[in-house]
Design a protein around this ligand. Structure first.
Ligand SMILES: Cc1cc2nc3c(=O)[nH]c(=O)nc-3n(C[C@H](O)[C@H](O)[C@H](O)COP(=O)(O)OP(=O)(O)OC[C@H]3O[C@@H](n4cnc5c(N)ncnc54)[C@H](O)[C@@H]3O)c2cc1C
Length: 387
C-alpha cells in the first residue's frame, strides 16, 4: 500500500510529494488534468521558500530560468516612488536576499522532474479525486486507491476540503483582479522588477517575469469580464498606466476572483489539507503559494517522521497549529493591509501611510523589520514558536 496519496499536482502537492519521497516514503500524486497546467498566477518567491526548496535541488534549477529582485518599490500613481526597499539589508539573515520571479508553470516541471527521480514516487494524470473513506488504518480514494494518509492539495475549490466538511471561513472581495502580461520593458520608466502602485481608483502591482512584465489591476464589480479583457480596453488600461506612442503587445491576460479564507479544520483523521485547499488570500505581497509551499515542506517533514515510526501522529496536529497560525496571523492580515494601502481613498490617510513608509525606509533598523516581515521570515519564525 502507498504510504501517502496526494490530490493535486500543483506546486504544493508536488513539493509535499518531493519532501516525502526524499525521506524514502512511498507517495502517489493524482491530478485531474491530463498534464501539468499552464498556470500564470504565482510568480514571486520569498527568501524562506528558496531556502526550503534548496535541499531538493529545486532552488538551483529555478535560478537557471528566473529573475533575482533585490530591490522593490512602493509607488503612488501620481507621485511616483514613495519608498524603494533593498533586501541587501537582510543579507545576514538569508543566503537569498532577494525576491525571485518565476511563473508557477515553470516551477511545476522542475518539481515533477525531481520527483520522478524516485522509484517510490509516481504521478497519475487524468485521475480526479471524487470521494474518500477512512478507517483507523488507511484511506480509500474513489473506491480503489488505498493509502495510509491522504493530503488534499487540490486548490481553492478543494474537493478534499469539501469531503471533510470543514468551513472555509472568511470572505470574497467584490472586485476581481485582471492580470496582463506585456513584453514592453518597464525598467526604462523607473520601475524596479517588482513594484506596488497605490491609487484610489486603479492601483497596480508590477512583476518582471522571464521575458514578460506582468501587471495586476482591480476590476470593479460592475465591469463586464469580456469588456475588461477586450484588446482595446487592455490597451487603454496600459496606456493610462504608462503612456507610450506605440501599442502594447500583450501575449497573456486573465481575470481572477480573490478571497481571504482559511479552513477551520486542516485535519480529519488520516486526511490533511495544504496550500490553497486550506487557505486563500489576495496576491498583494505574494504570500499564497509561498505559504502553501511552507505548508507542504513542513507537512512533508512531519508526516515522513510519522510514516517512519519516529514520531506520534500528534505531530500532524502541530503542523496544523503552526501553519494555521502563520496564515491567520500574517498572510491574512498582511495581504488585507497591503490591499488597503494601495486603494486608500482618503487623502489624509494616504499621506499618513506614505509618511510612515518613508520614516521606516529611512531608518535601517525599522527597514530591516519591515523586510523581515514582508519577506515572510517573520511568519516562518512565528510558526516555529507555536507548540
Ligand atoms: C493573480 C494571482 C497572482 C498570484 N501571485 C502569487 C505570487 O506571486 N506568489 C504567491 O506566493 N502566490 C501567488 N498567488 C497564489 C498562488 O497562485 C496559489 O496560492 C497557488 O497556485 C496554490 O498552489 P496549490 O498547489 O495549493 O493549488 P493549485 O495551484 O490550484 O493546484 C491544485 C491542483 O489540483 C488539481 N485538482 C483540483 N481538483 C482536483 C481533483 N478533484 N482531483 C485531482 N486533482 C485536482 C488542479 O488541477 C491543480 O493542478 C497568486 C494568485 C493569483 C490569483
Amino acid at each position: 500500500m502507498t504510504e501517502v496519496l496526494i490530490v493535486g499536482a500543483g506546486p504544493v502537492g508536488l513539493a509535499a510529494a518531493l519532501s516525502l519521497a526524499h525521506q524514502g516514503v512511498s507517495v502517489k500524486v493524482i491530478e485531474a488534468e491530463p498534464a501539468l497546467t499552464e498556470d500564470h498566477r504565482a510568480g514571486s518567491f520569498h527568501p524562506p521558500t528558496l531556502e526550503m526548496l534548496a535541499p531538493f535541488g529545486v532552488t538551483e534549477a529555478m535560478q537557471q530560468v528566473g529573475i533575482r529582485v533585490p530591490r522593490w518599490q512602493i509607488r503612488d500613481r501620481r507621485e511616483g516612488v514613495i519608498v524603494e526597499w533593498d533586501l541587501g539589508l537582510i543579507a545576514d539573515l538569508t543566503p537569498y536576499p532577494y525576491r525571485f520571479h518565476l511563473e508557477q508553470f515553470r516551477l511545476t516541471p522542475i518539481l515533477l522532474e525531481k520527483l520522478q527521480a524516485f522509484p517510490h514516487a509516481s504521478v497519475d494524470f487524468g485521475v480526479a479525486f471524487v470521494h474518500a473513506a477512512q478507517d483507523g488504518e488507511s484511506v480509500t480514494v474513489n473506491g480503489n486507491l488505498k493509502a495510509r494518509w491522504l493530503i488534499g492539495c487540490d486548490g481553492g475549490r478543494s474537493a478534499v476540503r469539501k469531503l471533510i466538511g470543514t468551513q472555509f471561513e472568511g470572505f470574497t472581495w467584490p472586485e476581481r483582479f485582471v492580470v496582463v502580461g506585456t513584453v514592453v520593458d518597464l525598467a526604462p520608466h523607473g520601475f524596479t522588477p517588482n513594484a506596488y502602485v497605490a491609487d484610489p481608483k486603479e492601483w497596480a502591482a508590477v512583476f518582471h517575469m522571464p521575458g514578460l512584465w506582468r501587471l495586476a489591476f482591480p476590476v470593479h464589480p460592475d465591469e463586464d469580464e469580456a469588456e475588461v479583457l477586450a484588446d482595446a480596453a487592455i490597451e487603454a488600461r496600459l496606456q493610462r498606466f504608462v503612456a507610450r506612442p506605440e501599442r502594447y503587445h500583450v501575449p497573456h491576460k486573465g481575470i481572477y476572483r480573490v478571497h481571504q479564507r482559511v479552513a477551520k479544520s486542516w485535519r480529519a483523521g488520516r486526511i490533511l489539507l495544504a496550500g490553497d485547499a486550506a487557505h486563500l488570500n489576495n496576491p498583494l505581497g505574494a504570500f499564497g503559494l509561498n505559504g502553501g509551499l511552507h505548508d507542504a515542506l513542513l507537512l512533508g517533514e512531519y508526516l515522513g517522521r510519522v510514516c517512519r515510526g519516529e514520531a506520534e501522529e500528534s505531530l500532524l496536529d502541530l503542523y496544523v497549529r503552526q501553519r494555521r497560525a502563520a496564515n491567520v496571523e500574517f498572510v491574512q492580515t498582511q495581504s488585507i493591509a497591503n490591499k488597503r494601502l494601495l486603494e486608500e481613498a482618503d487623502p489624509a490617510a494616504r499621506r499618513k501611510s506614505f509618511d510612515e513608509l518613508r520614516r521606516v525606509a529611512a531608518d535601517n533598523a525599522l527597514a530591516r523589520d519591515f523586510l523581515i516581515r514582508s519577506s515572510m521570515i517573520w511568519s516562518v519564525q512565528r510558526a516555529s514558536e507555536v507548540s
